[in-house]
Design a binder for this molecule. Structure first.
Ligand code: GDP
Length: 226
């Protein structure tokens, strides 16, 4: 029988961001973990965030999230399978002002079917809600699709902050409500600070960036193209 971690215990959860290039994955991560927003001009040069650690309290439980960004892998080919390993939660992002990114979602879902257990919690996030003037996907369509796929749903804007905190909280709450997920994480050691083989990796401090493309700085290769 599974027992809940004691109140003081920290839930270590691995969360992934996926979705087409330029939908705002890195921006959502920066907004949530660093409370920053880079303007459209700044972001083209600097975005390519890989990893953030963020602590929060959800439902009275202390949670330590390691949140992984694709860091542009999706531009070149499908994401490496190691990226998905040990994840308890997935944030699938599309851009409400770009229909193509919405239509690409079935492909992302079939990738998930291949690489993650069906019990992993998913939330569909329609980002760039601030671009109402050029909306190309209605909220209803997003919600319907999420319902069909059995995922949570929210529209958000990394630019204005709307919905960002909520997206992460909804996801984490549902993970906490699914004991088989975090107990599996405990067993596998697939949490922040360990790779899926249980080996220790160089851990960043809170909100510290690990550059996965520089092996000298991090021993873990999860999410790296190398
Ligand atoms: P990624 O490739 O999915 O990680 O996307 P990025 O985070 O690099 O963002 C791609 C572009 O979209 C950048 O120019 C961002 O400034 C912009 N962007 C991201 N989120 C938003 C948003 O919520 N609203 C608007 N208007 N632009 C956004």
């Amino acid at each position: 029988m599974t027992t809940a971690p004691a109140n003081k215990e920290i839930f270590n959860l691995k969360i992934l961001l996926i979705g087409n290039s330029s939908v705002g994955k890195s921006s959502l991560l920066l907004r949530f973990a660093d409370e920053t927003w880079l303007s459209e001009d700044e972001s083209s040069a600097t975005i390519g965030v890989d990893f953030r650690v963020h602590k929060m309290e959800v439902k009275g439980k202390r949670v330590k999230l390691s949140i992984w960004d694709t860091a542009g892998q999706e531009r070149f080919r499908t994401i490496t399978s190691s990226y998905y390993r040990g994840a308890q939660g997935i944030i699938l992002v599309y851009d409400v002002s770009n229909r193509e990114t919405f239509e690409a979602l079935p492909r992302w879902f079939s990738e998930l079917e291949t690489y993650v257990s069906p019990s992993v919690i998913k939330i569909l996030v329609g980002n760039k809600l601030d671009k109402e003037y050029s909306r190309a996907v209605t909220e209803e369509e997003g919600r319907e699709f999420a319902k069909k796929m059995g995922t949570l749903f929210i529209e958000a804007s990394a630019k204005t902050k709307v919905g960002v905190q909520q997206a992460f909280e909804d996801l984490v709450e549902k993970i906490i409500d699914t004991p088989s997920l975090w107990s599996t994480a405990h067993q596998q050691g697939a949490t922040a600070g360990q790779n899926s083989n249980g080996a220790k990796i160089a851990m960043p401090g809170n909100n510290t960036k690990i550059t996965l493309t520089a092996p000298a700085e991090a021993e873990d290769t999860g999410g790296c193209l190398c």
